[in-house]
Design a protein around this ligand. Structure first.
Ligand code: SF4
Length: 357
């Protein structure tokens, strides 16, 4: 049993690692794998309790809320096996071109009405390169930034160059979501039309441009615990500012439609392990949470989460916003004052969404 190893200060191995994280130490890969390997229920509860302490220490009691507007849907050229928006699969996902200004402004007004601090433009396409469409994207971002009510975020795929990232920054973008989705090892089994390296390069462009990096992944794709661990370690290595955690919602018509769900306690454990590895980042619970966590949803904060994507997702509905806000109040957490333009940014949902699509 994991707690058989008793550290000098009292408590077990989890407590020892938890104390070290609170003191600013980094968990190593072997230590992280040890946490992911926990099976015993009592050890798991202890892991959650320490993840909760780490969240409280580094993120306080405030839950960052973010929302999205589906800026372009369906018929994506890429073949991500989890995604309802891929043009390679027959799904019931809606399809439309780039969003007009009116739709975006209505979404921004709605976000402001509910006190949601960030709104992300999310598009289903491979990515962005210079051209007429990119000019339009920059215009839209500038317009959103000009409203001054919500922080304009975006999730628009792979960036083709540093110049593209720099122009997004100049247009007013402060935070960009681009998920790694899973480990480098497992990624080729999920997508053949682009590489992990292209995703990493996009994160580098963002970082160089001074845009906050929001990058996370999807749980339940068929990955191992080791893959989950390596995803978290890579996100630490690339300096992600915010880490959205999605859960696969298998969409009929996609190759992963029949994938068996991961048990909710295993998902909570994964969130807690992420908190140990990423103590100061925002961990944002995003798509697929209702279907996968069911009655255990509220435990995500005890497991270390510090943010929530609210409202509708891209191709599946989220819980009613009022219900989420009530959950946050009931937990004694503060959902409120997400500033529109904080210096340290937090999450949007993801580009390649999967969990919600
Ligand atoms: S995850 Fe993104 S890149 Fe992949 S198919 Fe879906 S929309 Fe396209």
């Amino acid at each position: 049993m994991f707690n058989d190893v008793i550290d000098a200060a009292g408590g077990g191995r989890v407590a020892a690692l938890g104390r070290r994280v609170l003191e600013g130490a980094r968990v190593s890969r072997p230590e992280a794998l040890e946490l992911f390997g926990i099976e015993d229920q009592a050890d798991l509860v202890e892991l959650l309790a320490w993840a909760n302490r780490i969240r409280a220490r580094f993120k306080g009691n405030r839950v960052a809320l973010c929302s999205i507007v589906n800026a372009k849907a369906g018929r994506c050229s890429e073949d991500c096996r989890f995604c309802a928006q891929s043009g390679h699969y027959r799904t019931a996902s809606p399809s439309h071109g780039f969003v007009d200004s009116g739709v975006m402004r209505r979404a921004a007004a709605e976000a402001e009405r509910w006190g949601v601090g960030a709104l992300a433009l999310v598009a289903a396409w491979r990515g962005l390169s210079e051209g007429r469409l990119f000019d339009e994207v920059c215009e839209r971002i500038g317009e959103l930034a000009g409203l001054g009510t919500v922080r304009p975020d975006a999730s628009l795929g792979i960036l083709s160059s540093q110049a593209v990232a720099d122009r997004l920054r100049a247009a007013g973008l402060r935070c960009y979501n681009h998920n790694l989705e899973t480990s480098r090892r497992f990624f080729p089994q999920l997508c053949s039309t682009h590489t992990y390296e292209e995703r990493l390069q996009t994160l580098r462009f963002l970082r160089n441009a001074g845009i906050a990096v929001c990058s996370g992944g999807i749980l339940g794709l068929g990955e191992t615990r080791e893959d989950r661990c390596d995803l978290a370690l890579t996100l630490r290595e690339v300096g992600a500012d915010a880490v959205p955690i999605n859960f696969l919602n298998p969409i009929p018509g996609t190759p992963l439609a029949g994938t068996a769900p991961v048990p909710p306690m295993e998902l909570l454990k994964t969130i807690a392990c992420f908190r140990f590895i990423l103590p100061t980042q925002h961990l944002v619970i995003a798509g697929g949470r209702s279907a996968n966590l069911r009655q255990l949803q509220s435990l995500v904060f005890m497991a270390g989460a510090s943010g929530l994507m609210v409202g509708g997702y891209l191709t599946t509905a989220g819980p009613p916003l009022e219900q989420d806000l009530q959950m946050i109040r009931d937990l004694g957490l503060d959902r409120g004052a997400t500033p529109a333009h904080p210096l340290v940014l937090h999450a949007t949902p993801r580009h390649p969404v999967g969990g919600a699509r």
